[in-house]
Ligand binder design. Sequence first.
Ligand code: ZN
Ligand code: ZN
Length: 234
Amino acid sequence: MVIVHPIASGSKGNCYLLSDGKTSLLLECGISVKQMRHACNYNLNQTEACLITHEHQDHCRAVKDIMSAGIDCYLSRGTADALKVSGHHRCHILQARQVQSIGTWQVMPFETVHDAAEPLGFLLGSGDERVLFATDTAYIRNRFAGLTHVLVECNYDEQTLDGNVSAGTTPRSLADRIRQTHFGLENVLEFLNANDLSSVQGIWLLHLSDHNADAARIKQAVQRVTGKPVYICE
Ligand SMILES: [Zn+2]
Ligand SMILES: [Zn+2]
């Protein structure tokens, strides 16, 4: 059975704990190692590894600290170079579309669309469970079969973002950048519609913007389109 434990989500920091009952993985380490220890009941060292999508601080603030604490970190070459951790013996390089075994998990990285060196998303398999983790991406090109858990960014919704541009609270140039680098409700719905969700047990929405996302509207829209339990991560 898969357990999803969101520790932190959003531009202030991202960190999620994922377990299949045998192997616990951290997805991102964008909060302080102190916060991570607290969230893990001071059993941080029982997590097998940490997967990191890209080099922006809200996703990897603690990378050097957790490597020093003895936790293996998995990330792309571009991300490792940007973070200057390639030489560390806890640094493991992932390549898009090459499956990596980590404990009882099979991790298949895939390319995402973001303003970073070599950003990745992850499809994680364990037995019959298939967990999708994708954040900080304008869209997802891939289609996935047999998904059971979907953890996906929903950074903004057009109505709120557009309203903020009209009101002058979000500059138009920033809004354009957000649309080119982050996953918005309309694209999330299109992505979900394009995939077979028949085995999905839950959808976790990540990295909502404080200003450009209406959480209630987003949750309702995803629930309506998918008929699945939807959780907003904060
Ligand atoms: Zn981010
Ligand atoms: Zn980012």
